[in-house]
Unconditional design. Structure first.
Length: 65
């Protein structure tokens, strides 16, 4: 399962569809230089979004929950 502590680039490397899901949610994390070292929680909260909702959505959409 995906957690809020996963690195953004690690997430996208393990689950390429996650990048598309994040972008569709309004997060352009993949193109951001900070994505190289930020966790999912850091990226999501920097955009004022609810980390728990994003983690739930990713796990659901990727069939991990």
């Amino acid at each position: 399962m995906i957690t809020k502590d996963i690195g953004i680039m690690e997430l996208v490397q393990k689950f390429p569809k996650a990048g598309h899901l994040l972008m569709a949610s309004g997060l352009g994390c993949i193109g951001c230089a900070a994505a190289q070292f930020e966790t999912l929680e850091q990226g999501v909260t920097a955009h004022g979004m609810d980390i728990d909702a994003v983690v739930d959505m990713l796990n659901r959409e990727l069939g991990l929950s």
